[in-house]
Design a protein around this ligand. Sequence first.
Ligand code: NOJ
Length: 753
Amino acid sequence: MIYQLIKPSLFIIYLFASLLCTSSCKQPEPKKNDIESRVNNLLSEMTLDEKIGQMSQIDPGYMSVDQINKTVRDGNYGSFLNVFGVAKINALQKIAMEESRLKIPLLIGRDVIHGYRTIFPIPLGMAATWNPEVVKKAFRISSAEASSQGIKWTFAPMIDITWDPRWGRIAEGCGEDPYLASAFSKAMVEGIQGEQLTDPTAVAACAKHFVGYGFAEGGRDYNTTYISEPVLRNVVLKPFKAAKEAGVLTFMSGFNDLNGVPTSGNEFTLRQVLRKEWKFDGMVVSDWGSVSEMISHGYCADEKEAALKAITAGVDMEMSSTTYVKHLKTLIAEGKVDQTMIDEAVKNILRVKFKLGLFENPYVDPEAEKQMLSPDFLDHARTVARQSAILLKNDPNTLPLSAGISSVAVIGPLADAPRDQLGTWVFDGKAENSVTPLTAIKEVLGDSKVNFAAGLKYSRDKSKTGFAAAIAAAKKSQAILFFAGEEWILSGEGQSRGEINLPGVQEELIEELAKTGKPLIVVVMAGRPLAIGKVVEKSNALLYAFHGGSMAGPALADLIFGKESPSGKLPVTFVKGSGQIPFYYYHNNTGRPANAKSWTPMDSIPVINSQASLGYKSFHLDYGFTPLFPFGYGLSYTTFKYSNIILSSSEMDSKGSLTVKASVLNDGNVDADEIVQLYIRDRVGSITRPVKELKGFKRIHLKSRETVGVTFELPASALEFFNGKENVIEPGEFDIWVGPNSDEGLHSVFIVK
Ligand code: NOJ
């Protein structure tokens, strides 16, 4: 197979090199006290200009080589982003280390969001694996590749919770749930930074965007956010706290204003929460230009005020805009900024550079890049992509297809779209390294059994000229595989959508194909949850794959032909249409919750000429009160039966914990993974409490007919919440469920005394 032949010999070299490195190349982790004294000594030698230089980061794309070299020599910038190439970065570091006055290494940053050259599924897809371990390894690989290019700082993980699939950057995060996102936040930070920060493959992680960016009103990127303090603390801040606890070295402030104050000038979030409450001692970088954008926000009159507000709030390093370079000196001279504020910021920055061991070894080994795209890396990308796909529908005997099938039609704009399957935020991955579904299916079946007719050239294509060929291909095949979705450009930064249906005329083509009566399998490859209700109706089976990265094709072929059963679960609620947004499973109850009996669908309402009631419950006349698919949902090629929920006690005190057990039976003929989920509900609170909250999950493997016991520990601390005044664990009754998704499960009750 083509993709298994890529550079095997280089990989062997890499394996040997990395094994040798474990003993000789890694430097010992410096002690905290040593770092502090080195930071202080260096600081005491720095001029104010040099300090401000450390606090500034630019993309030198528009500068000549001579200009760049001079800025490094003069210590004008502590960090560059988007500089690449081993030789170039080594040359710049050499100037910094040998020609600048204080010999402070540069910190080279880049967006390495879901892989460097080996591209993994978009982070939302990774979250659908519910498998932090495989995701941690994915980020280890992406750091190994990125660091081999001299990149020592990535602007990941992006851990913005969002309730809005219109928002293009939903692709980059872990979905709607604070517990799930926290588990991935930890895994991603650990993967990026590795076990030892001085390891050549370690890269500094950056928890972004601090904070609330995912709550952009209307899902329109960069928009205003209003978030109450309970939602902020109980939901939005959680994955950031997890990143801090996992040792993340840096945070990035955001573009959004939060409750009226831009997050790059927000003392509450940056000083009160991050520094005072969480005791974060790493570095805060602003987002690109977000300091000067406080002028457009109407929060600062000019750049000088923007610099003042950013430094006062606690932004240590300014990305891209240059208000610090231009104005900090004057602000100090005028007494508006205290020198200690500058010193604190510089210390935070230097601490990161010392922790990464950059002073000892700022250079990158040119041999290290040989590991790029190693078969092992690609194989892991395939595993992650496989685990990230979610089976949303499967009429009996539709999937998996037999590898002995005589013919299949492969149709759809994503069937052979190598760049699109990589997804958004891919600077260094290459389309030529993608293996598409078409290629992978041909590998399995042989070319002659595959009738390919894309039908549409790209996802937004509105021309129906390709329909006839697609229908003809379908008619002469045993089954139809339709690869639907979005191009990569339709999600990501600045790429929000108002309607979240399949773009172009994909639905029309699917309808036409359904008319052939052939088994119709739709695979959706998209950057967000799409409103796919009609497609679900028309298809016999539906796999939701997000943008699965370099190895999306082979991963999907593995599932389609039953090499493995699908096992992903939704990391976000799927809505029926844009009008249902926001819809997240952990909403509070209304005073008038709807149920199946209380909803009157719009089309069944009689024409009434006088005032009348439709039950006065909380629902939409057109959508009803349930989403299309609930959070945590996902089917398998087998069926799982849950039984026997047992709690170690029916009571616990606020310092105690409960053991929760349940049994899961694989009641089918194939071995498969299941993701077992634990939810609770705090029935009565000092503020209204969510109808369900995820508090645990486990991915387990079950052989056919096997029963596995699953055990969760539920500490009382997991029940703590912020009630507007303080963090509390409140006594009272709690519901508890263990089940396959947020809508189903075995139920029990316990009391907190
Ligand atoms: C802007 C984006 O919001 C941020 O996530 C990214 O890291 C920076 N640009 C740098 O590219």
